[in-house]
Write a protein that binds this ligand. Sequence first.
Ligand code: BJW
Length: 228
Amino acid sequence: MNVVVLTGAGISAESGVPTFRDADGLWEGHRVEDVATPEGYDLQPSVVHRFYDERRASLSRVEPNAAHRALARLEDQLGDRLLVVTQNIDDLHERGGSTRVLHMHGELRSALCRACRGRTPWEHDLADYPPCPRCGVSELRPDVVWFGEIPYQMDRIQDALDAADLFVSIGTSGAVYPAAGFVQFAARAGARTLELNLQPSAGTHLFDDARHGPASSLVPAWVDDLLR
Ligand code: BJW
């Protein structure tokens, strides 16, 4: 059985990483749509750098939770028949033990050079405009996918959805495309579909089944059921 799991901010919420569209979703009064666009960056690069520098620094203060670890346990059993596609830019899946993870919206611990387009592992702040280690130009930006940009690895994701027998969406509001449309791709390709989320998402009616509650209890229980 091929399983594709899509994760969003809700899976990391109980690790202490804020979501985007829940009550605590604003950052210093900015909506994500204002700080997560190329236009927002061009207008206020230092505001956008601070948003991402703070989030990168906070990674060292958060730990994977039971939901991340349960997906790693599932990978131990399914191997390459499981793919985790995450919209999250944190590294909690990897630190929870998963290795088959695609970060479709990029990663906090990576920088993208606007001059040479090179991607470089990055642990430090970007607000002080360090030079790109590849080309030397001080044009590094967060290596994340903003509105209007094309998400990473879409071909691999499409192939995995085409081959999926089961598609599971965890902790995402279903407000952002193309991820919000994956359930329909997977269903059309013949997969069963399941939503695991704190509350019904915008697309909850598109799923065959849905379970609602905190990811740290729903995901381990679902993995136990699947492996039984
Ligand atoms: C819990 C929980 C707990 C809480 N347990 N659950 C009009 C119609 C349709 C589409 C468009 C349109 N106009 C424009 C578009 C396209 C646009 C889009 O979707 N806009 C929408 C606003 C409509 N999309 C794009 O521009 C994308 N690119 C694109 O489409 O390119 C074209 C193309 C695609 C494919 C092939 C070829 C071409 C790019 C989108 C980039 C999104 N970027 C961001 C920022 C990334 C960097 C960063 O992290 O800062 O990605 S925005 C932000 O939203 C971030 C997230 O990954 C993404 C999704 O958010 P998520 O994860 O769902 O979080 P929340 O907060 O919304 O929800 C959390 C959920 O968890 C809630 O439901 C809670 O209930 C739940 N929860 N605690 C379980 N304990």
